[in-house]
Ligand binder design. Sequence first.
Ligand SMILES: [Zn+2]
Ligand SMILES: [Zn+2]
Length: 318
Amino acid sequence: MKIIPISLPTPFYIGPVNVYLIAEDPVTLIDTGPKTKEANDALHEGLRQARIRISDIRRIVLTHAHEDHCGLARSVRDQAKDAEVLVHAWETGHRIGRLEYEEHRSLLVRAGVPSDEIETMRRMYEGVRQYADSFETDEYGELRDEEELEFETGTLRVLHTPGHTPGSCSFLREADRTVIAGDCVLKRITPNPVLSPDPVDPKKRFASLAEYLVSLARLRSFAPTLVHGGHGEPVHDFEELFNRYFRAIRERQADVIRLLPKTGATAWEIARQMFPGTDDVHRFLSVSEAVAHLDLAHAEGKIALEIGDGKEVYRTAS
Ligand SMILES: [Zn+2]
Ligand SMILES: [Zn+2]
């Protein structure tokens, strides 16, 4: 069972995205790239080189519902004449390309983001949404943790690896311990645990970083020999990456705690100090990052959290 990576251009800062083709029955595409002509053309070229016609695709599997990964899913499904689309149920809280704006808005308010900034973030988000088509609930099937996706000559095991998003999934080929990990594992950057509503209780915030650490440890337990990420080159030394990620996360946590004034601060205020030069596009991600680290530090009992005036204020634990 061969895994064929295809790199597709994206209009996003992160650069090209990797999608993966399994060119045997049932022909399967893992992620699709964003909904742009350039990505669609590059996908067709990649398929052509693998001697696969788009109409051969029977199954579209999504690592998660970010536009750079799921944007072309509907288009590929239609071109493939009814391939099935599979995604984890926790991702469909986002309903593939339809992130629930109101739920996000209340998370941002609680994080102390000023209303004009929220408005800017909403406009950015509307801009990003054009790169993915949305799906109705009856248009996709659910990926389940530990389920085996069967192919002619092998299987891929679904591993639910939440963190980057609640419904992020990875796929393990046990025979040689190869993993396709989407944005859970990226060679050059630590993936951002994106601020998300909890899929079980959308009024709460998903404990993205704590979940992410568990997912990384779970991947490590398989001692992967090769990990294909959603962007950049594959990772051959997962152990090294695992240790580097953990160090980076601990260092950032220490920074966040150091930045906390005695009088307390919101996640927004910490984000502005952590990433002072951040332009509009990346302010949502910087808030995400700050919230993720503050939440983890709070869960670990290292800082205190109070709610006042609809905002959450973090303080150093006395
Ligand atoms: Zn992503
Ligand atoms: Zn991505």
